[in-house]
Write a protein that binds this ligand. Structure first.
Ligand code: 4FN
Length: 244
């Protein structure tokens, strides 16, 4: 997979993109990552990339000509999606990440200032994605979140252990509590089932803990998670207990 990022702050990508998983993905030839500085596509000698908004008001707007030139320089004639990270986009979920991980080529555009000139969107952007509802200073951290979520889904990026982990997230539930040594910590023990050696019992306990956590903290996730009849019966019991 090839991922190209257009940004005014290319240095923001170096630490994350040279860390463990990204490094492995690149080393194994599974990820070709390139970052491009939008400022290199400013044509005037001051290298001006922004200007004040028509109609007045504060702030600055990323210029349409500069951004369109940067995108057109990077985009070869394939139909790679050009994705603007934006609070106006569809919200990034595991499903969206899985869909993007099927693409051979992604072009990610990071906004700054008050945003980008609408005409750059119209002529050069094919898709908008948001990582959530809060104010950010720029699209860079959002792009990094998207890249992390997508790259780990590329087959071969995670080892066998990682793949197992990835599958456990794909069921759409939160995880129940985890424990490791020591068996007692500040007077707190470990649920006996986990040290019982009964694998089927352990699996059933974990499934129920995951369902309970999800019901308590993120009940919205239960609407889309695939649930068995046994899962539904357990949830019905939890709801019944809560009412009593
Ligand atoms: N943010 C909101 C409403 C209006 C503006 C913002 C905001 C960075 C260029 C966009 C924010 C959030 C999630 C990119 C936020 C994201 C951004 C993102 C982002 C500078 C203009 C801006 C109602 C969501 C709080 C600044 C809500 N995912 N404007 O943050 O790029 O990708």
């Amino acid at each position: 997979m090839k991922i190209e990022v257009l940004t005014l702050f290319p240095d923001m990508f170096s630490a994350v993109m040279s860390e463990s998983m990204m490094w492995k993905a690149r080393e194994r030839g599974l990820l070709d990552f390139q970052v491009h500085n939008i400022r290199d596509y400013a044509e005037n000698k001051q290298r001006k990339v922004d200007d004040s908004p028509y109609g007045g008001g504060g702030g600055m707007i990323l210029k349409a000509d500069v951004l369109a030139r940067a995108i057109e320089a990077v985009k070869p004639d394939d139909d790679a999606p050009v994705i603007l990270l934006s609070p106006q986009g569809r919200v990034l979920t595991h499903r969206v990440a899985a869909e993007l991980s099927q693409q051979p080529h992604l072009i990610l555009v990071c906004g700054h200032y008050e945003g980008v000139d609408e005409r750059a969107r119209q002529v050069a952007i094919s898709d908008e994605i948001s990582i959530g509802d809060y104010v950010l200073t720029g699209g860079e951290l959002a792009a990094l979140v998207l890249i992390d979520a997508v790259v780990r889904l590329i087959p071969g990026v995670l080892g066998a252990e990682g793949a197992q982990h990835r599958d456990s997230h794909a069921d759409g539930l939160l995880e129940g509590p985890h424990y490791t040594r020591p068996p007692e910590f500040r007077g707190l023990g470990v649920p006996a089932v986990l040290t019982s050696g009964h694998h089927a019992e352990v699996d059933r306990w974990r499934r129920r803990q995951a369902l309970k956590r999800t019901w308590e903290r993120r009940p919205d996730l239960l609407e889309t998670a695939p649930l068995s009849e046994e899962d539904r019966a357990y949830l019905a019991r939890l709801r019944g207990e809560a009412e009593a």
